[in-house]
Design a protein around this ligand. Structure first.
Ligand code: UGA
Length: 438
């Protein structure tokens, strides 16, 4: 199959590289000349474990190429995926679809013969209908089927998620398009990944409903964490205890500083707006959004409380800044709100993140960066674990304590437990579990 991927951001690049790995011929297109030049030179502009190797192998095999121009490749393509950005529109939280519609028009102009155009970007319900309308009215001679095929991969685990998905959702009722999409995903179908066909609008809503449900599940356990702290229960054991019930499931029940990233915050907000527009409000999700926003601020207050309620003139060392491990992504990371609260409180903030410091410099204020946890812990009044990177899971507590001014540890990801840490003389503050002041 010949596939063109419009947009070489996170989803486009991972999907394009993985489709090439299945044996299809893929052209990844992006308007950014700098990005395409870098990709052609073998540089991968995002941090995603395993992605650079797949790109390199498939380029060498002649199955993957890059271009700033969609024109020649779209003419030969069986399938064109739209994977451009859909940022929150400034001011109202609606998804901004201007890039999607611009891409659709360019594709239609270049298409020759029957072609399937697929939205892979997360797009509000009805976007496929609108693209179809544009094609029908502006390009009546073109033979195009419009399909929705949302992506469910997670940053940091994107390759595995793409190649071993729980399901592949395909929204179309066009028989020819169904056959083409079966062919695109045949290698996964052989792996027994279920292809779930449904109407296009249903498929578009599945994507938002899935992300909103996961955001709500995290928010639920975060509130149970607050309650656990107050009543002397352990949220991790509560999560395990309820997760063993198959109807609830044990995933996405890890309490922490609130969800962030490029998807949950944007998609929950967009679903809230869509539902309001259709006069069918999703109040659970409205509340989820509000609780999560408050939670990030509450985490700043939690750190300040651990420092006896005052961080003025104190040095706080943050371990991890990205919204989760194995990514360099800082979008909507809880660290942004926490850093601001600490700076507002008069603290001097020092930070270390294995991959996110370049991105962090662009969004955080006056933070001093170090090369490892120990460098930033020197003379610190508290160490705060903000992101659960592997390399923070086996810290040398003796060394850490000897470097610090005051042995205070705030573990916002519950990677340690009280018994791990107090024996080294630390004061330990976790989320939804027992904390201890010396
Ligand atoms: C999320 C979804 O998990 C993917 O299925 C989806 O494809 C993607 O959004 C998207 O729409 O593109 P992602 O944002 O990469 O993926 O990250 P997650 O692993 O889902 O984590 C999101 C946030 O929730 C992170 O801040 C993470 O720390 C937090 N989280 C996750 C928790 O606080 N607790 C948990 O138990 C799980």
């Amino acid at each position: 199959m010949r596939i063109v991927m419009i947009g070489s951001g996170y989803v486009g690049l991972v999907s394009g590289a993985c489709f090439a790995d299945f044996g299809h011929h893929v052209t990844c297109v992006d308007k950014s000349e700098a990005k395409i030049v870098a990709l052609e030179a073998g540089e991968v502009p995002i941090f995603e474990p395993g992605l650079d190797a797949i790109i390199q192998q498939n380029r060498s095999a002649g199955r993957l190429d890059f271009s700033t121009n969609l024109d020649p490749s779209v003419g030969d393509a069986d399938v064109v995926f739209i994977a451009v950005g859909t940022p929150s529109r400034r001011g109202d939280g609606h998804a901004d679809l201007s890039y999607v519609y611009a891409a659709a028009r360019e594709i239609a102009a270049a298409v020759q013969g029957f072609t399937v155009v697929v939205t892979k970007s997360t797009v509000p319900v009805g976007t496929g209908d609108e693209i179809e309308r544009i094609f029908r009215e502006e390009f009546p001679d073109k033979d195009i089927a419009v399909v929705s095929n949302p992506e469910f991969l997670r940053e940091g685990a994107a390759i595995t998620d793409f190649k071993r998905p729980d399901r592949i959702v395909i929204g179309t009722e066009d028989g020819r398009a169904i056959e083409v999409m079966r062919e695109v995903y045949r290698p996964l179908y052989l792996n027994e990944a279920p292809l779930y066909f449904c109407e296009r609008r249903t498929s578009e809503l599945i994507k938002y409903a899935a992300n909103a449900f996961l955001a709500m599940k995290i928010t639920f356990i975060n509130e149970i964490a607050d309650l656990s702290e107050k009543i002397g229960a352990d949220v991790q054991k509560v999560a395990k205890g309820i997760g063993m019930d198959k109807r609830i499931g044990d995933k996405f029940l890890h309490a922490g500083p609130g969800y962030g990233g490029s998807c949950f915050p944007k998609d929950t907000l967009a679903l809230v707006k869509t539902a309001q527009d259709f006069d069918s409000p999703v109040r659970l999700i409205e509340t989820t959004v509000a609780i999560n926003d408050n939670r990030k601020r509450a985490m700043g207050r939690k750190v300040i409380a651990a420092c006896d309620g005052d961080v003025r003139g104190k040095k706080i060392a943050l371990l991890g800044l990205t919204f989760k491990p194995n990514t360099d992504d800082m979008r909507d990371a809880p660290s942004i709100t926490i850093v601001q609260a600490l700076l507002d409180g008069g603290a001097s903030v020092h930070a270390y993140d294995p991959e996110g410091m370049d991105a962090a410099k662009a969004v955080l204020g006056a933070v001093t960066y170090g090369k490892d946890p120990y460098e930033i812990a020197a003379n610190a009044d508290a160490v705060v674990i903000v992101t659960e990177w592997e390399e923070f899971r086996a810290l040398d507590f003796t060394r850490l304590k000897s470097l610090m001014k005051a042995p205070v540890m705030v573990d916002l990801r519950n990677i340690y437990s009280l018994s791990d840490v107090v024996k080294y003389g630390f004061e330990y503050f976790a989320v939804g579990r027992k904390s201890q002041k010396q």
